[in-house]
Design a protein around this ligand. Structure first.
Ligand code: PLP
Length: 416
């Protein structure tokens, strides 16, 4: 990045500082990861210079000899990996991917049914502040108050009562595996299309560590930058019968030219995700999440649903007499980065909620195993037990940095 350094030292310096932050801290934000050097190189390539409105073989600009091959390769690799009949790799990110699905199948005012935002659903699943809740009649299902688990009987009751056109399964903060067959049965019973948003757990599906929604869902959306470990982007997968509607909704319905640099980087990430190494990675993400969950449980933390079987966990800190925000800020000062998060039936406000969310996709990418998870759990406990102890935070940050030095994060060292 020498040219950038000379031409724009301000931005160069900020990127450099962000790189050091990513190197030296333990990143537990459940939606983040470290992409490989190869993914980074494709993302930063000359493909960013090219316009390619349309699809391979049907473009509105000339000069697509190589872009068509890149997009076709990305699609082929995604089909091989996930076994979907049709895949669109052009959505700019997860939110536009979900909107494209709504544009394909809904009219304004039609009903959608998804997991409530404060219970772990995503904004685009019908939250009132989102376009998905403003343009459509958004109904939601909640988690069971006692167990924190999805209750498929209540989802069914809700679906039969509101008769959504689209039933949405998927989440940003639910630590358990979804029962796609049950969702399919509910969708069939109420006459809805079933859309699964697997943004969070797509990498686990790719690596065989989580059941695949593809056989059950009419449409599956995913981001490419979370556990799948690709660039910031998204894909929509669907049955062939819906292919034309989805493609038309993405372009020209919602977007203009695809980000070809992202498409190439998605293709690279998909190649990486089809290896045995990635299968081991996906399995280790889950093992690491369980190890961290066990350690925290033993220290008296209240894990929503009692644990995890995917890459994330949600902790209700009410019994620790600390808010999510104070805990997250104290941990950040100690080199452990996560986010404060609402817990189901939270009595506090979303901007100052009772919980924290943790995920293991990024730390597993840098080679951490169960042993390091136990250590992280002990650090988290110590910091949260004494959140104003700045000396402890500084000491812990130094120990975190020391640990991180032993496990270099992929994709970073080539940059500076
Ligand atoms: N869907 C789910 C389940 C998510 O968790 C997210 C983001 O965190 C999105 C969609 C939106 O993705 P993006 O932030 O890329 O728009």
């Amino acid at each position: 990045m020498h040219t950038l350094q000379q031409q724009d030292p301000d931005i160069f310096s900020l990127i450099q500082q962000e790189e050091f932050r990513q190197k030296e801290k333990i990143r537990l934000i459940a939606s983040e990861n470290y992409v490989s050097k190869a993914v980074m190189e494709a993302t930063g390539s000359v493909l960013t210079n090219k316009y390619s409105e349309g699809y391979p073989g049907k473009r509105y600009y000339e000069g697509q000899q190589f872009i068509d091959q890149i997009e076709s390769l990305a699609i082929r690799r995604a089909k091989d990996l996930f076994g979907a009949e049709h895949i669109n790799v052009q959505p700019y990110s997860g939110s536009p991917a979900n909107l494209a699905v709504y544009l394909a199948f809904l009219n304004p005012g039609d009903t959608i049914l998804g997991m409530a935002l404060p219970h772990g659903g995503h904004l685009t699943h019908g939250a009132k502040v989102s376009i998905s809740g403003k343009y459509f009649t958004a109904e939601s299902y909640s988690l069971d108050e006692q167990t924190g688990l999805l209750n498929y009987d209540t989802i069914r009751e809700k679906a039969m009562a509101c008769r959504p056109k689209i039933l949405i399964a998927g989440h940003s903060a639910y630590p358990r595996i979804l029962d796609f067959l049950k969702f399919r049965e509910i969708a069939d019973a109420c006459g809805a299309l079933l859309m699964v948003d697997m943004a969070h757990f797509a990498g686990l599906v790719a690596g065989g560590a989580h059941p695949s929604p593809i056989p059950y869902a009419d449409i599956v959306t995913t981001t490419t930058h979370k556990s799948l470990r690709g660039p910031r982007g998204a894909m929509i997968m669907c049955k062939e019968a819906h292919a034309a509607a989805i493609d038309k909704a993405v372009f020209p319905g919602l977007q203009g030219g695809p980000h070809n640099n992202t498409t190439a980087a998605i293709a690279v990430a998909l190649k990486e995700a089809s290896t045995d190494e990635f299968k081991n990675y996906a399995a280790q993400i889950v093992k690491n999440a369980k190890a961290l969950a066990d350690t925290l449980s033993q220290k008296g933390f209240n894990l929503v649903t009692g644990g995890t079987d995917n890459h994330l966990m949600l902790i209700d800190l009410t019994n620790k007499e600390i808010t999510g925000k104070i805990a997250a800020k104290a941990l950040d000062a100690a080199g452990i980065v996560l986010n404060y998060n609402a817990v189901p039936y939270d009595k506090r406000k979303p901007f100052d909620p009772s919980g924290i969310r943790l995920g293991t996709a990024a730390v597993t990418s840098r080679g951490f195993k169960e042993e390091q998870m136990v250590q992280i759990g002990l650090w988290i406990d110590a910091i949260i037990s004494d959140p104003t102890n700045t000396v402890l935070q500084t000491e812990t940050a130094a120990a975190v940095k020391q640990l991180c030095t032993q496990y270099p994060a992929p994709g970073l060292d080539h940059l500076m």
